[in-house]
Design a protein. Structure first.
Length: 364
């Protein structure tokens, strides 16, 4: 039990949540109930692991006492020695699990997520790659039973996207996808390339936790809302009325344009949802920057100017530059098989958090 924080505050919090969950109107606010239930389950696991650690630690002490018995025969001594080794390893694993459970969760982990994908350098090929990324994330979302809602799109003449914004809804969406923000670089032979040369193009991805109205309050006077007819590829079905909506948030200069719906009101609702999510991310990035100003080893979750990944098609290789991970199953990844990649990114983030946790303990 040494080198671990006191578990009593966690027991106290568990009891508080148990009392809340027994109230008659607990499920009147479904989102609050879900969050409390999730925290309650996590604390229950923490307490269970703590009890298990206590039990195995006692058994380890007994095995060590046996080893000190000079009358013990060779066979029993070897068994006791193996038991000490096994239980020592078990204790190390349980302590690690307990420490991870004690780490405060990212408050946005359980949120739905707004994805923004934009073609970068590379012209038509960049827009086609943006469409490939949209398809990749859509397939991953579908494999997890998440819902996808198109918010806004700007198709290119070649069938790609200059920009596509969509909402992914489901359980712990942001927790799994928050490390996808940044520049995604592709190296491949474009379909328009006659001489078979490999080109390098890029698309930027921004992953925004969906904001509720209670998270971000926007004063009506801070908005400049204009309407117009949708235009460009894909707009033919909606451009007979002034249904497209553009919102300017005057304090920050942020602009959001939505034209995918036939209804002006629906486009306005979607545009406001995207705007709130951008403002929430900006707020969270500012807070994160204050905390991480002197930390260079963190995995980015917001900087869309950081080159995070290269998709090399001729060599069937994906490289995540932040953690030095290289995978050689690019066709499967582009079909939405992202579990290995995402699990490795999460594990690297856990390692960083454990390191920070140990440093904070040593300083206190």
């Amino acid at each position: 039990m040494n080198n671990l924080p006191d578990i009593e505050p966690f027991r106290k919090r568990y009891d508080e949540l148990s009392a809340l969950m027994s109230e008659p109107d607990f499920y009147s606010d479904q989102r609050r109930a879900t969050n409390i239930s999730r925290e309650h389950q996590k604390l229950a696991t923490l307490i269970e692991q703590s009890e298990r650690l206590k039990k195995i630690s006692e058994e380890l002490s007994e095995s060590r006492e046996l080893l000190e018995d000079s009358t013990l025969d060779a066979e029993l001594r070897e068994l006791a020695h193996q038991d000490v080794q096994t239980k020592t390893e078990q204790i190390d694993t349980i302590k690690r699990d307990i420490t991870l459970l004690m780490l405060p969760p990212d408050p946005s982990d359980s949120r739905n997520t707004v994805f923004e994908i934009r073609a970068g350098t590379g012209g038509d090929e960049a827009s086609l790659f943006a469409a490939d990324l949209f398809r990749m994330y859509s397939k991953f979302a579908e494999s997890r039973g998440w819902k996808i809602e198109l918010m806004s799109s700007s198709p290119s003449e070649t069938g790609g996207f200059k920009e596509v914004i969509f909402l992914i809804s489901g359980e712990d969406v942001y927790k799994f996808l928050k490390f996808e923000s940044g520049v995604h670089r592709v190296q491949r032979v474009p379909i328009t390339e006659a001489n078979g040369r490999v080109h390098t193009s890029a698309a930027t991805v921004a992953v925004l936790p969906e904001a509720e109205e209670v998270d971000i309050q926007i004063a009506p006077e801070d908005l400049e809302i204009s309407v117009c007819r949708a235009s460009g590829p894909g707009g033919q079905g909606v451009n007979t009325t002034d249904s497209a909506v553009q919102i300017l948030h005057k304090p920050t200069g942020m602009q959001v344009y939505c034209a995918d719906e036939r209804s002006q009101q629906k486009n306005k609702i979607k545009a406001l949802k995207v705007l709130r999510s951008r403002l929430l991310q900006q707020k969270e990035e500012e807070e994160r920057a204050k905390y991480a100003a002197n930390r260079k080893d963190q995995i980015g979750t917001g900087d869309r100017s950081e080159r995070i990944r290269t998709y090399n098609f001729p060599q069937n290789r994906l490289t995540d530059h932040r953690i030095g991970l290289t995978l050689h199953n690019l066709p499967q990844i582009m079909e939405g098989e992202l579990d290995e990649l995402i699990n490795t990114l999460q594990q690297a983030d856990y390692e960083r958090k454990l390191k920070d946790f140990a440093e904070q303990k040593s300083e206190s």
